[in-house]
Design a protein around this ligand. Structure first.
Ligand code: NAD
Ligand code: MG
Length: 380
């Protein structure tokens, strides 16, 4: 019996994690958490009976306490609550399904406490990979990728010599605006950007997929997870989202993982690694599929990807600036405060204004985030 806790259990990854738990019947859920959606959280608590539930919003936490007064689940709140949830004594794996770099502190605390991490929260690794990866090695903690591309790379590395890796081929669907040019994107509305061709995901990552920011974050995530250089990672557009990513070895052999787009596969793989289990769902039918297509990404139109390479190569606080600027800009776009193309413009503006700091501490990362927020707020 494995014990898990989930940071962000009410979101897209969180609910799919619980579906995997429900189907398998041999994982115990000790902690659940949400930002503010206590209605869904209450349903999850009633079904899975965790010891602890963390709600970011203090008022909502109070309300939840009243609603579940008949249960033994203790409700905590704020950053303290998230951190308590991350280190529950009996937990084996912490699933980081929270969105944004708010996941940094609880993830670091979980690693310090020796918990394995099933990592979906890429923003944490992008901004603090240089702290998290060495700490995980020191604590003998596994960082198990949940992101589909990184799970595919992880699977394609199995049974091979890591030193023989030539490059990582990170696939991308290209999002809803693949093939479009800047002039086609001037009047993009929130609803247009929320229509992903292949995946159903949370709102923030769906916008990130449309701007290619998501792929940029994933390149930086892969750089840390697999200990490669930014320039060893090549983004390949694979519009059908069937090839989830590939690894090229020094002898020219390429290993890939393919499958129908279903996040439950990487989630289940991370939870049971190294075991591979039955997973219900559609199988690939290559006779019907007929073909797979490939393209080079258009980094002139979707130059957020080029900015991500720049930030990742520079390291230091620049990836934090890239990420934080995007987090706020996406929020502003979703709130209809800015236009679509301004998301990437804001990221670039913040990067240009920033003085990069090498090898930042957690405090310096959070300061860089605050600096970006101040800069953007001051221009509203
Ligand atoms: P989502 O918006 O659907 O869910 C986010 C979860 O985080 C929710 O449970 C929400 O309540 C919680 N949350 C948000 N702010 C919080 C706070 N301050 N305190 C506590 N909880 C908070 O997002 P998602 O699509 O599930 O994505 C989660 C993470 O997984 C992101 O980092 C994303 O990039 C990554 N990811 C998602 C997918 C996907 O298919 N959805 C695929 C790969 C990677
Ligand atoms: Mg992905």
């Amino acid at each position: 019996m494995k014990n898990i806790a989930i940071l962000g259990s009410t979101g897209s990854i969180g609910t799919q994690t619980l579906e995997v738990v429900r189907e398998n019947q041999d994982i115990r859920v000790l902690g659940l958490s949400a930002g503010s959606n206590i209605t869904r959280l209450e349903e999850q608590i009633r079904e899975f009976r965790p010891k602890l539930a963390a709600v970011w919003n203090e008022e909502k936490a109070k309300e939840l306490r009243l609603r579940i007064a008949d249960l033994d689940t203790r409700v905590v709140s704020g950053m303290e609550g998230l951190t308590e949830l991350a280190v529950i004594h009996e937990t084996d794996i912490l699933v980081t399904a929270i969105v944004g770099m708010i996941g940094i502190r609880p993830t670091i605390e979980a690693i310090r406490a020796g918990k394995d991490i099933a990592l979906a929260n890429k923003e944490t690794l992008v901004t603090a990979g240089h702290i998290i990866m060495p700490l995980a090695r020191e604590k003998n903690v596994s960082i198990l990728p949940v992101d589909s591309e990184h799970s595919a790379i992880f699977q394609s590395l199995r049974g091979n010599d890591g030193k023989a890796v030539k490059k990582i081929l990170l696939t991308a669907s290209g999002g809803p605006f693949r093939g479009k040019k800047e002039e086609d994107l001037l009047d993009i509305q929130v609803e247009d950007a929320l229509k992903h061709p292949n995946w159903s995901m949370g709102r923030k990552i769906t916008i990130d997929s449309s701007t290619m920011v998501n792929k940029g974050l994933e390149v930086m995530e892969a750089r840390w997870l697999f200990d490669v250089k930014m320039d060893q990672i090549q983004v390949v557009i694979q519009p059908q989202s069937i090839i989830h990513s590939m690894v090229e070895y020094v002898d020219g052999a390429v290993m890939a993982q393919l499958g129908t787009p279903d996040m439950k596969l990487p989630i289940q793989y991370a939870l049971y690694y190294p075991e591979r289990r039955y997973l219900p769902g559609e199988r690939l039918d290559f006779w019907k599929l007929g073909r797979l297509d490939f393209e080079e990404p258009d980094m002139d139109t979707f130059y957020a990807l080029a900015l991500a390479y720049e930030a990742g190569r520079a390291e230091g606080t620049l990836p934090t600036v890239f990420n934080a600027a995007n987090e706020l800009a996406v929020k502003m776009f979703l709130d209809r405060e800015i236009k679509y193309l301004e998301i990437t413009q804001i990221i670039e503006d913040c990067m240009r204004a920033h003085k990069n700091k090498e090898n930042p501490t957690l405090q310096e990362i959070l300061e860089a985030e605050a600096e970006v927020y101040e800069r953007i707020e001051s221009r509203r």
